[in-house]
Design a protein around this ligand. Structure first.
Ligand code: NAD
Length: 469
């Protein structure tokens, strides 16, 4: 678990002779998209064969560059808006189960704060590095702007293999991370939340650690347990948000829940909640996966029972039930369905596998799950894609509600939370769809344009940037 890797992703790709997906296309322009991680201690690398070599940073930068060009934003202004405001890397030494001190790298990137305090999750995953966190922070800037909630964009992470760690080790690491970055944080500065490998318990430890220095401050993190001023509805919010957008687009695509078969790639927080809520509406969950592999059941699998099975640290492939087959990552993609939900990590739908998808609608639960080349393949195949930057905003929207409740120390009912979430998700969807129709664009570039316009307007109005004559 020590951080001994010295090769960046790009060096590894060269060494293996792999040609990164859409590399040529992504590196056209000013070259900023080609930046590799320059941190002194790049994170551990793992060999996930299903993931594309194109990085999340390249994906986000690609969409930004194209949108900025269409909007006619001058290059100098575009550079201010594209790059991070602040990037911090910290050392996290922790003595673990084996009695040795392991050194992890922690990151907090504050991308843009023009529209409000920085907001974004903290990821615990061995592949976390500065490049990845930078990309996810930028995505948060556009996401909060598209949703129209008063936050900027940030992200954090530690390159710890959370799945293999004991609870007490994760607590040490969460507290140490908070100790190292607390000066950058606070309810009016920057508010973390859970992401991959972290959860409500992680937020509780982080809040407690922050409180030792600043006094009881529940609004310093969101996604907390209900017992610690967490919000009703927060845990399910990202998955529920995907379902609200399914409802919106199902009408357009003439889909009914009873005729909708669903495949979920990554049955974690986001994927499992989306599946459970869709199942309650009458949809059939026909396949699901996690990092261990996948399962398929033509007549449907019980998403509720699968989620309960996983709560005890079970694996998707160990789940037993009538008519369940164990399948590979490829077979999951090839499963016939109406709705495909990627809810694992970035870059999982790429040029080598996008053609295999057999769905009408894809709603992106994960951040940057689809590379630009794959996006084009899906468009050519007539798949309606609702992009991450609007689709998975449910989590940060209910985090916003949690922050508002914490500032007032006043709790809302769960129905109020869900109803307000629905209003914001559906408003954002309609605003993006209107822009897409007006400019004859797919939803993703239209969403980026909307987000960028709002951020540029806020930055200009504050006087942080001046557009010139
Ligand atoms: P999680 O850790 O709860 O779940 C991730 C799941 O993906 C796990 O089941 C894991 O086993 C699985 N996975 C990992 N590698 C895989 C692989 N190669 N194939 C199949 N499955 C694999 O994390 P989460 O909070 O559900 O986040 C999932 C995605 O959604 C991430 O991209 C995250 O950034 C994004 N997201 C999360 C939130 C949130 O509120 N939690 C909000 C917005 C976006």
């Amino acid at each position: 678990m020590t951080d001994e890797s010295t090769a960046t992703k790009e060096q590894q790709a060269h060494a293996s002779g792999d040609e990164p997906d859409t590399k040529q296309e992504l590196h056209e322009g000013d070259g900023a998209g080609a930046r590799t991680d320059k941190s002194q201690r790049p994170a551990n690398e793992s060999d996930q064969p299903q993931r594309a070599e194109v990085s999340n940073y390249e994906i986000v930068t690609h969409y930004f560059d194209q949108a900025a060009e269409r909007l006619g934003i001058p290059d100098d202004i575009a550079t201010v808006v594209k790059t991070s405001y602040r990037e911090v890397q910290v050392q996290i030494p922790a003595r673990l189960e084996d009695g040795k001190v392991h050194v992890f790298s922690g990151y907090r990137v504050q991308h843009n704060g023009a529209r409000g305090p920085y907001k974004g999750g903290v990821r615990f995953h061995p592949e976390v590095d500065l490049d990845e966190v930078r990309a996810l922070a930028a995505l948060m800037t556009w996401k909060t702007a598209i949703a129209g909630i008063p936050f900027g964009g940030a992200k954090g992470g530690v390159n710890v293999p959370a799945d293999d760690c004991r609870e007490e080790d994760l607590e040490k690491i969460a507290r140490a991370f908070m100790d190292k970055v607390e000066k950058l944080l606070g309810p009016q500065r920057d508010i973390p939340a859970p992401d991959v490998g972290t959860n409500a318990q992680t937020m509780a430890w982080m809040m407690d650690e922050y409180g030792k220095l600043h006094g009881h401050t529940p609004a310093c993190v969101t996604g907390k347990p209900i017992a610690l001023e967490g919000s009703f509805g927060r845990e399910a919010a990202t998955g529920r948000g995907l379902v609200y957008l399914y409802e919106e687009s199902a009408e357009e695509l003439n889909l009914k829940p009873e005729d909708t078969r669903v495949v979920v790639q990554g049955f974690g927080n986001v994927g499992s909640w989306a599946a459970r809520i869709l199942q309650d509406m009458g949809c059939t969950i026909v396949a699901a996966s996690d990092a261990s592999g996948g399962i398929r059941a033509e007549r449907g699998l019980d998403a509720q029972k699968l989620a309960e099975h996983l709560r005890g640290r079970g694996k998707v492939q160990d789940f037993e039930g009538d008519g369940i087959d164990r399948i590979s990552a490829d077979e999951l993609l090839e499963t016939e369905c109406e709705l495909f939900i990627p809810a694992a990590l970035g870059g999982m739908i790429h040029k080598e596998n996008a053609d295999r998808l057999r769905c009408k609608l894809m709603i992106e639960g994960a951040n940057s799950p689809t590379t630009p080349t794959a996006d084009q393949i899906l468009a050519d195949n007539g798949v309606h894609v609702i992009p991450d930057v609007m689709a998975n905003a449910g989590g940060v929207i209910v985090s916003y509600f949690e922050w508002v409740q914490n500032l007032q120390h006043f709790r809302w009912e769960e129905d109020d939370v869900n109803e307000r979430l629905r209003e914001i998700m559906q408003r954002a969807y309609r605003e993006v769809r209107d822009k897409a129709e007006e400019k004859d664009l797919p939803l993703r570039p239209a969403a980026y344009e909307l987000g960028i316009e709002r951020v540029v307007e806020a930055a200009t109005t504050r006087g942080y940037i001046h557009m010139g004559d």
